[in-house]
Design a protein around this ligand. Structure first.
Ligand SMILES: [Zn+2]
Length: 156
């Protein structure tokens, strides 16, 4: 699986979505669902605001994609995540029928930035054998976490 220019553009947009969410005081995670024809849906992590621990960016994007394109259309889609998906999201991606995932930041970066949700990424890597999941580090994959830290400092 070699990333195309389309993949690289979408990953840059995913990183920006996550960084923008962080600048607004949200959690620094974003996701896109796209087909070869274009973007179907986007999502950001709203779990702090909603109090729902399942409101991760990947799941939000999958929910929106399912609502707009239908379940059948998801099978050929690619999911772009600003950070390596956690075990919850990896399972949701599999259940949604999406089989290709690119992620920007490795989980180690999220852990170092104070987001331990991705601790289960070892398990996610284990259950992801039915997925083609590859890192696609373009630009500054740490920008969402830098933006989140700056937003937190600004609030203090
Ligand atoms: Zn997740």
């Amino acid at each position: 699986m070699t990333p195309s220019l389309h993949d690289i553009d979408l990953m840059r947009a995913t990183i920006q979505l996550a960084a923008d969410a962080a600048r607004r005081g949200g959690r620094p995670f974003g996701a896109f669902v796209a087909s070869s024809r274009g973007i179907i849906a986007t999502g950001v992590d709203t779990s702090d605001a909603s109090g729902d621990a399942t409101d991760h960016a990947e799941i939000a994007a999958l929910r929106a994609a399912r609502a707009s394109a239908g379940a059948e259309a998801l099978a050929g889609c690619t999911l772009y995540a600003s950070c390596e998906p956690c075990v919850l999201c990896t399972a949701a991606i599999l259940h949604a029928g999406v089989r290709t995932v690119y992620y920007a930041a490795p989980r180690e970066l999220a852990l170092a930035a104070g987001y331990p949700d991705v601790v289960a990424a070892d398990t996610a890597r284990g259950i992801a054998s039915g997925l083609t999941m590859r890192p696609l580090a373009v630009g500054d994959v740490g920008e969402p976490f830098t933006a989140a830290a700056a937003a937190l400092a600004g609030r203090g």
